[in-house]
Structure formats: structure tokens, C-alpha cells
Design a protein around this ligand. Structure first.
Ligand SMILES: O=C(O)CCC(=O)C(=O)O
Ligand SMILES: [Fe+2]
Length: 152
């Protein structure tokens, strides 16, 4: 159960890609994101804050699956959402197509009861998912900072 949001992103070619922001660094607020990119490069991820950006090459017929913040929170940090960004291309337009698999806006999200019942110390509090999403959209993209909203 949950909700779905779809996005279609269009990045016009930009002769000076270093002077523009395609999509700034962020993690998705979803549980999981399913991403289809066309054949134009531009997507980068990084494993650790402050670490190197790794290019995600478009592979024909393949999907990219991103772990989002909601899964990080519900799994009490077991699965970590991935920080990513998109850089515009110097000579080609780029299109990506995304399905965000989300909790419902009215859901409270927090570490799953099964984890806490097992004696695990929760590192996140229960938050209303719509509040979490509002918090994300209220500010500029700032890497993995959104998740601090749910930290205890
Ligand atoms: O265009 C892409 O490859 C990713 C876009 C993205 O990260 C987003 O819309 O959240
Ligand atoms: Fe994203």
C-alpha cells in the first residue's frame, strides 16, 4: 500500500553545463524510485556524503532503482537513501522518466514496529509523511539533509 508519483524530466542541452544546475544533489523522499533514463549521460550518485560522484551510465533496456528516505527511516537506517544529482549535457537534450513509490500522505512513517520490538533502538521518530514531503519542498536541494527532519 502506498502512493505513486510519476515525473517526466526534460533537461535541455546546455553549452556550458558547469554553469547550470540540472537537478541539485538530493535524495528522494520515496520508499523506492524506479528511473528510466534515455541514452544521454547526466546522472551521478555517491555512496558517502563528501565521497566521489559516480556516473550511472545509461544502459539500454535497464532501470535504475534508488532507495529513498522513507525506506531509510522505516528500516531504521538499514537501507540508506542514495544521494544523487543530474548534470545537463553540453550537446544533447536529456529525458528521464520516474516512478516514485511512496507511503501515503496520511501515513505515519518511522522505524517498523518489528525492528523496535526486537530491541533495536530507534534512530528516527514517527513523522507524518506529508509533513516530510512538505519539508523537502520547502527548501533548496541540500544533499541528504532532509532525513534529519525525522531524526531523534
Ligand atoms: O533525471 C534523472 O536521472 C534523475 C532525476 C531525479 O533525481 C528526480 O527527479 O528526483
Ligand atoms: Fe531524485
Amino acid at each position: 500500500m502506498g502512493s505513486i508519483r510519476t515525473n517526466l524530466n526534460y533537461y535541455p542541452k546546455c553549452p556550458n553545463p558547469e554553469l547550470t544546475v540540472g537537478v541539485g544533489r538530493h535524495s528522494d523522499v520515496s520508499t523506492l524510485t524506479i528511473l528510466l533514463q534515455d541514452e544521454i549521460r547526466g546522472l551521478f550518485v555517491r555512496g558517502n556524503e563528501g565521497g566521489d560522484w559516480i556516473h550511472v551510465p545509461p544502459i539500454k533496456g535497464s532501470l535504475v532503482i534508488n532507495v529513498g528516505d522513507a525506506l531509510q527511516i522505516m528500516s531504521n537506517g538499514r537501507y540508506r537513501s542514495v544521494e544523487h544529482r543530474v548534470v545537463a549535457n553540453g550537446s544533447k537534450n536529456r529525458i528521464s522518466d520516474l516512478i516514485f513509490v511512496n507511503p501515503r500522505p496520511t501515513d505515519m512513517i518511522g522505524p517498523l514496529p518489528e525492528l523496535v520490538a526486537n530491541g533495536e533502538i530507534p534512530i528516527y521518530k514517527q513523522v507524518l509523511y506529508s509533513d516530510y514531503v512538505k519539508h523537502f519542498f520547502r527548501k533548496a536541494h541540500d544533499g541528504k539533509k532532509t532525513v534529519e527532519f525525522a531524526e531523534l
